[in-house]
Design a protein around this ligand. Structure first.
Ligand SMILES: [Zn+2]
Ligand SMILES: [Zn+2]
Length: 344
């Protein structure tokens, strides 16, 4: 049995728990988890916001650790390697999307790291635990220059923002706006800047302006100020919306230039009102994007190492998860909580 932290229901606090991981299959890797990030999805899932989940639930899909054992057929990693696991731990491997390296869009559905069911029919449990067993194809290599605590949030917040920036060609000559400066937003700013794009932050207030500029933004505007939308009309090639609250999408679409795209990586529970005349006159696109494939996630990790970028984090102990959840809900974190699993 392995130590973990679990919740037993939507309104419950975290408690000490014991879980089991499967015996290593041929292609399996046993990872001793060192750090696990706290993602907004963890809160939504634990609270049952996204539909019914089976409890007890062990969240966590920003996992960084060390390989401690490998199955006999494993070729990609060896004992002692620094590795990570993100939002998915398996997929069918045979559909068109899996074959294209877009396992997150597996046509049969990928196997989420927690609150899912694996190919053995067992519920998956996430990274708020001391160990995890994952098939080697879903394990990422963490470059030596990235400390494990800072590597953890890259496995969700990093790839969730890297993938759309990469897909829609953020780079030199491109104007990119990042909506929201939380866990996802602050990574979007750092990555887009490292890609060479000109980055603007659109945040409710100017409270985090100094940080935003330090992360690489060239300008920072408050969306509570109506003049912002007049001033920036028709400006951006790409807008990455990281906010999961319901925003006035037509106002944000008006900030796109000809052929510009607004990509959503956060989602409010209720549908949005989009006026198609926000799109048609400037051939604008309204899009969504979900994490990234395994190959692209490795690219992202290597890119972050090469450009010396990493998330800004607050490391907490396992006993502080409930308090951290409250602070995440209040947007009171700079900019990602990471659990030190050695405190478990
Ligand atoms: Zn996440
Ligand atoms: Zn598939």
């Amino acid at each position: 049995m392995l130590k973990a932290r679990a919740v037993d229901g939507p309104d419950q606090s975290f408690r000490e728990a014991e879980i089991e991981r499967r015996e290593l299959d041929k292609k399996d890797i046993l990872i001793e988890i060192k750090f696990a990030g706290i993602c907004h999805s963890d809160l939504h899932t634990a609270h049952g916001d996204w539909g019914e989940v089976d409890y007890p639930l062990v969240p966590g899909h920003e996992i960084a650790g060390i390989v401690t054992d490998v199955g006999e057929g494993v070729t990609k990693y060896k004992v002692g390697d620094r590795v990570g696991v993100g939002c998915m731990v398996d997929s069918c491997g045979e559909c068109e999307n899996c074959k294209a390296g877009e396992e997150q869009y597996c046509l049969k559905g990928n196997v989420p790291t927690y609150a899912g069911v694996d190919k053995y029919g067992e519920p998956t449990q996430g990274g708020y635990s001391t160990h995890i067993v994952v098939v080697e194809d879903f394990v990422l290599g963490i470059p030596d220059s990235i400390p494990l605590d800072k590597a953890a949030p890259l496995l969700c917040a990093g790839i969730t923002t890297f993938s759309p920036l990469n897909h829609w060609d953020a780079g030199p000559g491109k104007k990119v706006a990042v909506v929201g400066m939380g866990g996802l937003g602050h990574m979007a700013v750092k990555i887009a800047h490292a890609m060479g794009a000109d980055v603007t932050v659109l945040s409710q207030t100017l409270n985090k302006k100094e940080d935003g500029l330090a992360f690489g933004a060239s300008s920072y505007y408050a969306t509570s100020d109506e003049e912002t939308f007049e001033k920036l009309a028709g400006t951006f090639d790409l807008i990455i919306n990281t906010v999961s609250a319901k925003l006035d999408m037509n106002a944000y679409l008006s900030l796109l230039t000809l052929n510009g795209t607004l990509v959503n990586v956060g989602a409010p529970a209720e549908p949005l009102d989009i006026n198609l005349f926000s799109l048609i006159p400037h051939r604008r696109s309204f899009a969504g994007s979900m994490i990234g494939g395994i190959r692209e996630t490795q690219e992202m990790l290597d890119f972050c190492a090469e450009h010396d970028i990493a998330p800004s984090i607050e490391v907490i102990s396992a006993d502080e998860i409930d308090e951290a959840y409250k602070r995440v809900m209040d947007s009171d974190v700079k900019y990602r909580f990471v659990i030190d699993i050695s405190t478990m």
